[in-house]
Ligand binder design. Structure first.
Ligand code: RIB
Length: 297
């Protein structure tokens, strides 16, 4: 069984379905409100578990009701939670508006901002046994750095999903086995012009890049020329969590080779947008295989 460790955030997503996005100062009548477990770290952990991996999560939850609900949900997915701390105060939240298949998100990190380098070090035994480690940027930057450094020390590949994006020191980025931004995130990460051609940005990145392009699929470069994996056609209900599903699948299938892992990650990401909610749409390994069986290999 593939072993994946995820170091990252756990949020309760407060999701409003709306006919369109409100303008600044405008009040709209929404259609539906739901609370759905989310957070990039938790989402990637859940997606990896559904794809058949043995998953351990390093993170933090508050002492509130959301913390209890999120903990129970992650445990029910079979995710090892011994490195998830409970801290006094609020759990992370994400206020999400979904309109026409697109989303707008405001996160409040709360407990996620207590995930410390020491907590990552305390999980060193789990990281040492992992086939791949996933980390994102809804936790403090020094904890992202600690994860990259520990992965390097242990010889375990760390996939850095730089979302939400902010510029990071080049020496940290070099420690990642793969960076998995979209074009906008890669430009921010490199302090570059967002309109610069994405292939040029990929060539300038200090680590191999797997770049997501939404419905267009993904481009990947591990030395040599960038390669393209086209996307899979699906009906879009909600794109929240598609990137998380993609990253999880990349980690789970990395042992199959990069091209194959990206192909499976595109399939998993596509399936995830056909249902509502970040974790609501995450496919099982069987669902990914069924989609791929109908596609040319
Ligand atoms: O990537 C999607 C996630 O981003 C949501 O679940 C939300 O919690 C935000 O963290």
């Amino acid at each position: 069984m593939v072993r994946v460790v995820v170091v990252g955030s756990i949020n309760m997503d407060l999701v409003t379905l709306a006919p369109r996005f409100a303008e600044p100062g405008e009040t709209l009548l929404g259609e539906r409100f739901l609370t759905i477990p989310g957070g990039k770290g938790a989402n990637q952990a859940v997606a990896a578990a559904r794809l058949g991996a043995d998953v351990s999560l390093v993170g933090a939850l508050g002492s509130d009701l959301f913390g209890d609900q999120l903990h129970a949900g992650l445990a029910a997915e079979g995710i090892a939670l011994q490195h998830v701390r409970r801290v006094d105060g609020a759990s992370g939240t994400a206020s999400i508006t979904v309109a026409g298949g697109e989303n707008q998100i405001v996160i409040v990190p709360a407990a996620n901002w207590t995930v410390s380098p020491a907590q990552v070090e305390a999980a060193a035994d789990s990281l040492a046994r992992a086939d791949a480690v996933l980390v994102q940027m809804e936790i403090p930057p020094e904890t992202v750095e600690a994860t990259l450094r520990l992965g390097q020390r242990l010889g375990v590949p760390v996939i850095l999903n730089p979302a939400p994006a902010r510029p990071l020191p080049v020496e940290w980025l070099r420690l990642a086995r793969f960076l998995t931004p979209n074009q906008h995130e890669l430009a921010i990460l490199l302090g570059a012009d967002p309109d610069e051609d994405f292939r040029a940005l990929m060539a300038r990145a200090p680590a191999p890049v797997v770049l997501t392009r939404g419905a267009e699929g993904a481009w990947y470069r591990d030395g040599g020329e960038p390669q393209h994996q086209p996307g899979f056609r699906v009906e879009v209900v909600d794109t929240t969590g598609a990137g998380d599903t993609f990253n999880a699948a990349l980690a789970v299938f990395l042992k199959d080779g990069l091209g194959e892992a990206v192909r499976k990650a595109c399939a998993a990401g596509a399936l995830s947008v056909s249902r509502l909610g970040a974790q609501g749409g995450m496919p099982t390994r069987a669902e990914v295989e069924a989609l791929l069986a109908g596609q040319p290999a």
